[in-house]
Design a protein around this ligand. Structure first.
Ligand code: ADP
Ligand code: MG
Length: 258
């Protein structure tokens, strides 16, 4: 069973400390949500887990299946089975969705077997079309340049398509709900729910409870000022929806948070 284990993680950008000791364990098969107001360090956590060079790890460790991944490059982390769906996916003009996906699959295959010749094109096309159908994507999408001129919903669907094709063991979704109308949100959530299962651990990062109506979390954590200050089950997200974050803030100020 794969497990991502985050221990007392402290992360800075420039000379500012953003994450001030975050601990979290995510196992295959579990869905965790990290919620919190803007600017509390949620994206910092996501980028640090993926190895973005702007984020400096000051202390703590992140282990995946017992291996400390903090010294690994982002592509090595990806090949180990960790996937990040970005809050703001970048456009890659000149690279089609299909080519991007095939390149990513082949990189993963080659890391397991250096002699691998790559996925045969008919097999790849069949798999990609199946996944696109699941996400209710127009087949013409595969021939477009990645994220180039995509709508907000199309970008998020393209991220979930990558996830479906790469079949990670741990997926981190950073504000996958932002910029989605309700129909697109449902489709994206359905996609995640289809992929959900004993082989996938998910970290859903979100400001709003809305996406958690569709992707039901097993565990909910509240992040505030670079720390996880409250954890609970799915009911915690509903409580936050009704009460906002003020009560958590008060608990933190009074020193009665967990
Ligand atoms: P969230 O995702 O919870 O909204 P972020 O992790 O994006 O929060 O940001 C946490 C804090 O780090 C904010 O105060 C933000 O201004 C700061 N920050 C994030 N990215 C950068 C960056 N690249 N350079 C400087 N400060 C940053
Ligand atoms: Mg963010």
């Amino acid at each position: 069973m794969s497990e991502l284990s985050i221990r007392n993680l402290r992360v800075g950008i420039g000379d500012k400390e953003i994450l001030k000791g975050v601990s979290l364990d995510i196992k295959q098969g579990e869905v965790h949500a990290v919620m919190g107001p803007n600017g509390t360090g949620k994206s910092t956590l996501a980028y640090t887990l993926m190895g973005h060079p702007a984020y400096e790890v000051l202390a703590g460790e992140v282990c995946f299946n017992g291996v400390n991944i903090l010294d690994l490059e982002p592509d090595e982390r990806s090949r180990m089975g960790i996937f990040l769906a970005f809050q703001y996916p970048v456009a890659i003009p000149g690279v089609t969705v299909a080519n991007f996906l095939r390149t990513a699959i082949n990189a993963h295959r080659r890391s397991k077997d250096p002699a691998d010749k790559g996925i045969p094109i008919p097999e790849f096309l069949k798999m990609m079309r199946q996944k696109m159908e699941m996400l209710k994507m127009d087949p013409a999408f595969a021939g477009r340049y990645l994220n180039d001129g995509f709508s907000g919903g199309e970008k998020k669907r393209a991220e979930i398509l990558q996830m479906a094709v790469l079949q990670p063991e741990i997926a981190i979704l950073d504000e996958t709900d932002s910029g989605l109308d309700i129909d697109a949100l449902k489709i994206v959530s359905e996609g995640v729910n289809t992929l959900r299962g004993p082989h996938l651990g998910v970290l859903v990062i979100t400001h709003y409870q809305r996406i958690l109506n569709y992707i039901k979390p097993d565990f909910v954590h509240v992040m505030m000022d670079g720390r996880i200050v409250e954890s609970g089950g799915a009911e915690l997200a509903l409580h936050l929806e009704e009460q906002g974050y003020d009560w958590v803030r008060e608990k933190v100020t009074n020193g009665t948070a967990q």
